[in-house]
Design a protein. Structure first.
Length: 107
């Protein structure tokens, strides 16, 4: 009996491998505004609708919130046997510029 999943050790991953994760998350206003303010991000476009009126259809999604959610959703499949994370390349959240985007993690 194994306590962790199969084939999710570092040496099992292949460059360019695409994984479909079981869970997703709808990014809502609370995620964006709440976490933006908790981490003391002072860029008003992330929490003040008056600051973006006319320039954008609404508040901008803070990329730090997006990547935190994506990492949280993927860690079950990619880091279950990890001792530490070495890094990440080519992280992109272009389609999640506004709250209510849906994060489907392809890692």
């Amino acid at each position: 009996m194994s306590l962790t999943g199969k084939n999710n050790y570092f040496e099992d991953f292949v460059v360019g491998q695409v994984m479909r994760h079981a869970r997703g998350k709808t990014m809502c206003e609370n995620d964006n505004v709440g976490i933006t303010l908790q981490v003391l991000n002072t860029a008003e476009a992330h929490f003040n609708e008056d600051a973006v009126r006319g320039a954008f259809p609404g508040r901008l999604q803070f990329g730090g919130v997006t990547i935190a959610m994506v990492i949280g959703l993927t860690v079950q499949d990619t880091a279950e046997n990890a001792i530490r994370e070495l890094g990440s390349e080519q992280d992109s959240s272009e389609d999640l510029g506004f709250p209510w985007g849906y994060a489907v993690c392809v890692h």
